[in-house]
Every structure is written in C-alpha cells, then in structure tokens.
Design a protein around this ligand. Sequence first.
Ligand code: GTP
Length: 361
Amino acid sequence: MKAVVLVGGEGTRLRPLTYSTPKPLLPIGNQPFLERQLEWLAGYGVDEVVLAIGYLPDAFDQHFPEHEYAGVKLRYRVESEPLGTAGAIRFAAEGIDERIVVCNGDVLTTLDLGELVAFHEKTGADASIALTHVDEPSAFGVVPTFPDGEVRGFVEKPPRGKAPTKWINAGTYVLEPSVLAAVPPRLQVSIERTTFPRMLDRRGRMYAVQSDAYWIDIGTPGKYLEAHTDLLAGKIGAPPAPGAVETGPGVWVQGDVDVHADAQLFAPLLLGAGCVIEAGAVVRGSSIGAGAHVEAGAEVVRSVVLDGATVGPDVRLLDSVLGADARIGVGGSATNETVIGADSVIAAGSLLSNARVPAEG
Ligand code: GTP
C-alpha cells in the first residue's frame, strides 16, 4: 500500500523551533516525529510513502539520505508554492493510480489504520476518514455522521457550544483515485474545506470510522509538551523512545548517561544517550536529548530539552522547550510554554515566561 504524508506546512505555531527544522522532523521523545509515523505506517503494510514537501525541502533529503526508513521507500515531491492539502496530495500522488492512505505529518496517534482500510473496503466508499473525539472541538473540523458511518457534513471550527458532534477529522484518510481526479491540478485547494464537502453532493461516497485510539496534533507548544507528557506516561506504548531501557519505574534511559549521585530524578522521564545531569540538579517529568547537559543545581520540570542543549547552573526550566544546542546561562529561568530555538544563547539571569526566542520577525 502507498501513502502520502503531508509535511509541507511552515509550522508557524511552533516557531522558533520550525525556523530550522520542519515540524515533522522535530523530535518527540528524542526521535524525529516522522520516523515514528513511518514506523506506524509500515506496521500496516505501507511500503512506499510520498512526502508532500513544501517548506525546508533539503531537511528531508538530509535526514533520509537513503530515501528509505523502516522498510518504507520514500519519494519526495516538492511544491514550488503551497498547494493546500488537496492540491498537495494530488501533486504528490501524480502517477499513482491506486488506492492511497493520506496522513497529516503532525499527528501522533495509535489509530488502527487496518480497521480504517477494512471499513473502506466494506462500504465501497471513495474516501474514508478517521475521526477522533475531543472535549472542545471549536478549533477543529467537526464531522457528523449517520449511524452507519456515512459522513453527513463538515463543519470547520464551530463556535464554542455549537458543534453538532465532538468527533473531529483526525487527518488520516483512505482515498480512491477518483477523489484526486476531481481536484484541479496545481491549484491551492483544501481537502477538508472543499474536496470532501463537495463529495457529499452524492450519497455513499464518504464514510468515517470513530476511533478512541490515542491522538494528538503536535502543532503548538502546549500540544508538543503534552505529547511528551503522554509519551512518558506510556500512552503511546513502551519503550517511549528507540532503545530506551527502564532503569527504575518510569525512568527511561537511552545508552550511556552521566547522572551525578547528588542529582534527583523523578519519573516519568527520558534521558538521551550521552546526557549529563550534574550535582544538585532536579529532573522531573521531562525528556532530555542526546548529549544535553543539565548543570549543577538546575531544575527541569515537565519540559523538553533537545539534543546538545545546556541548562546552565541554577536555571529553572518549567513547562518549556529548549531547542537543540541552545543554552540558558546561570540563574536564568524559562517557564510557562517558553520555546527557545536551536542554537540560541540566553544570557545569565534572564527570566522568560511564555516567550519565543528568537522572537518572530
Ligand atoms: P501552522 O503554520 O502552525 O498552522 O502549521 P502547518 O503549517 O503545519 O499547518 P497545519 O497544522 O494546518 O497543517 C496540517 C498538515 O498539513 C501538516 O502536516 C502540514 O505539514 C500539512 N500542510 C499544510 N499545508 C500544506 C501545503 O500547502 N502543502 C503540503 N505539502 N502540506 C501542507
């Protein structure tokens, strides 16, 4: 089976992390998100994936120089300008004249893709879509269905309290070639707003499967942190990261790490290979990247420290993300969903709350 993964967005809400790394290649639990997604697809028999690329195209080539991962052959289609979701899928799937799976490159899920494909075959639909349940659907595309699963409609971002259902588009589809044949080539078209709603003009073309599997869109700092919390809590399965070994309840370690006897570790947490946790440091509910340093007396709580980053002496990092090879100087703090981009240096004593460094513009 072939799949198209949409990885062309700029990931503006995750800036500054996405200035240098496209969102699908940002690590989740010390593994680039896209690797996790390719493993998930491979688990359902997908053997070829076309990456629908737009933003930072070279990053994908550099990351997968063999054009293969987890037994999945990778092909790249780079848009010269954003084509929207339907336009991008159509462009990426040119030359493929068979059923395809499509997924957004920013959804971490344990969805049963096999069940979606089996339901698609059973109903004979042209398109099948996975739905996930959320408590507050106002920021999503809501999809009411008939009792047999046929899609009734698409309601984009309904006002609070006005959604007809809490089942939302989970960003995973099975499509027959007829769906893409109806998309005008090389034009900006949204599958959620245009292509799918138009298919409802005729009954029997679109069905949906409601799934209660784990599902999260990693696209904001809050959701990126939440995905890590859930990963460490075991909601996506164990181990939470490749090769991680549980050295104590909820303490996962990848390779050799250097933890001082006077450091305090509180589960759940993940320590990447070669990381150093110095005397008096406290690490709790966090993911620490490979080769990262948490220096003496620093405190890292519910946070993500990416590869090679340094949390300086007596620094507090709470509910925040420290980008790869970035550094916070002695005595500083970053709290309340602060996001610090790769290679940034934060001066000693700086107190950051809900900040973006470097700032936009
Ligand atoms: P924000 O800028 O923060 O909204 O993030 P985003 O650019 O990723 O947009 P969004 O989260 O709405 O996109 C959902 C998925 O579709 C992501 O996997 C994007 O990479 C992808 N995507 C969005 N627009 C395009 C596009 O024009 N072309 C391609 N190839 N992918 C797209």
